[in-house]
Design a protein around this ligand. Structure first.
Ligand code: UGA
Length: 435
């Protein structure tokens, strides 16, 4: 089988590489000639564990190629995937679909023979139907079907999420297109992955419902964590105690500085807008968005409080800048609120992140950087753990104590055990472990 993948961003590149690993011939198409050039030279523009080997292996095997020319990409393709960006539109929070519709027009102008057009980007309900209309209008004679095939990949774990998913969702209303999609996902049938076929609208809705539910779960445990602190309970035990109930489930109940990333903030906002437009407001999700936004500022306040109520003239070492570990992605990272708030309060911020410092330097001014966690905390008045990179999980506590001017640790990801930290002589603050 052969597919074209339009867009070599995070989703397109990972999906394209994984399909080629499944034995499909994949041609990734992008307008950005520089990017295609770099990909052809074997340079991977994003940090995702395992992706470079996967790309290298499949390029060598002749199953994965890159081009700027859609015609070349789509020649003989059974399906073409749209995996372009859908950023939040400035001003109103709606998803900006201009790239998706532009891709649909180009597909219409290029299509030759029966083709399945698949939306992979996260798109509001109704977009698949609109893509269909755009193509039909330009090419009334064309033989094609539109499918929605949302991705459920987590950054940092994307390859495993693709290869061993909990489920695959395909919005597809024609037998012929279903046949093509089954063919593409054939290896997953062998490991008995549930493949859920639905209508276009239902599939689009599943994606948003999944992400907003997960964002709600995180926000729920974050608020419970705040209450745990007040009443002297331990949120980890609470999460375990409730999560063992199969109806609740244990995952996504880890409290922290608020969710970030390229998906949850954008998708929660987009669904809120869609719901308002349809006159069926999602009040729970509206509140989730609001609570999560406020939480990021509250985390800066927590660091200030741990420093005795003021950080003016003090140095705070910030460990971790990316929205989560194993990525260099800074999009909507809590650090983008926390660090500026500390700077505004008069602190010097010395940060270290294993992968995110280049990107952070483009987005925030006035930060000093260390080349290691220890360099960042050398002479600092406090250290704040903002992202739970593995290398921050086993810091040399004695060395840390020697380096810090004051033994103040604010652990926003609950990486350490409060009892151990206090026994080691730290003034330790974390999230929701009031005991
Ligand atoms: C998320 C979803 O998990 C994927 O299923 C989905 O495909 C993807 O969005 C998408 O729509 O493309 P991702 O944004 O990569 O994936 O990252 P997550 O691991 O879900 O984490 C999102 C945020 O929630 C991070 O800031 C993380 O620190 C936070 N989080 C997550 C918590 O604070 N607590 C948790 O228990 C879990």
């Amino acid at each position: 089988m052969r597919i074209a993948m339009i867009g070599t961003g995070y989703v397109g590149l990972v999906t394209g590489a994984c399909f080629s690993e499944f034995g499909v011939d994949v041609c990734c198409v992008d307008k950005d000639a520089g990017k295609i050039q770099r990909l052809k030279a074997g340079e991977i523009p994003i940090f995702e564990p395992g992706l470079d080997q996967l790309v290298e292996g499949n390029v060598k095997a002749g199953r994965l190629s890159f081009t700027t020319d859609l015609r070349e990409g789509m020649a003989g393709a059974d399906a073409v995937f749209i995996a372009v960006g859908t950023p939040s539109r400035r001003g109103d929070g709606h998803a900006d679909l201009s790239y998706v519709y532009a891709a649909a027009r180009e597909i219409a102008d290029t299509m030759d023979g029966y083709t399945v057009v698949v939306t992979k980007s996260t798109v509001p309900v109704g977009t698949g139907r609109e893509v269909e209309a755009i193509i039909r209008e330009r090419r009334p004679d064309a033989r094609f079907d539109v499918c929605s095939n949302p991705e459920f990949l987590r950054e940092g774990a994307a390859i495993n999420d693709f290869m061993r998913p909990d489920r695959v969702v395909i919005g597809c209303e024609s037998e012929r297109a279903q046949e093509v999609m089954r063919g593409l996902y054939r290896p997953l049938y062998l490991i008995e992955t549930p493949i859920v076929f639905t209508s276009l609208e239902t599939s689009e809705m599943i994606k948003y419902a999944a992400n907003t539910f997960l964002a709600t779960k995180i926000t729920f445990i974050n608020e419970i964590a705040d209450l745990c602190e007040k009443v002297g309970a331990d949120v980890h035990d609470v999460a375990r105690g409730i999560g063992l109930d199969g109806r609740i489930g244990r995952k996504f109940l880890h409290p922290g500085p608020g969710y970030g990333g390229s998906c949850f903030p954008k998708d929660t906002l987009a669904l809120v807008k869609t719901a308002q437009d349809y006159g069926a407001p999602l009040r729970i999700i509206e509140t989730v968005v609001d609570v999560n936004d406020r939480r990021k500022q509250a985390m800066a306040d927590r660091i200030v409080a741990a420093c005795g109520g003021s950080v003016a003239g003090k140095t705070v070492a910030v460990l971790g800048l990316t929205f989560k570990p194993n990525t260099d992605d800074m999009r909507d990272s809590p650090a983008l609120d926390i660090v500026p708030a500390l700077l505004a309060a008069g602190a010097t911020v010395r940060a270290y992140d294993p992968e995110g410092m280049d990107e952070a330097a483009k987005l925030m001014d006035g930060i000093e950087y260390g080349q290691s966690a220890y360099e960042a905390m050398d002479g600092a008045d406090a250290v704040a753990i903002v992202t739970e990179w593995n290398e921050f999980r086993a810091l040399d506590l004695a060395r840390m104590k020697k380096l810090l001017k004051a033994p103040v640790v604010v652990d926003l990801r609950n990486v350490y055990d409060p009892k151990d930290m206090r026994a080691a002589g730290f003034e330790y603050t974390c999230v929701g472990r009031g005991t």
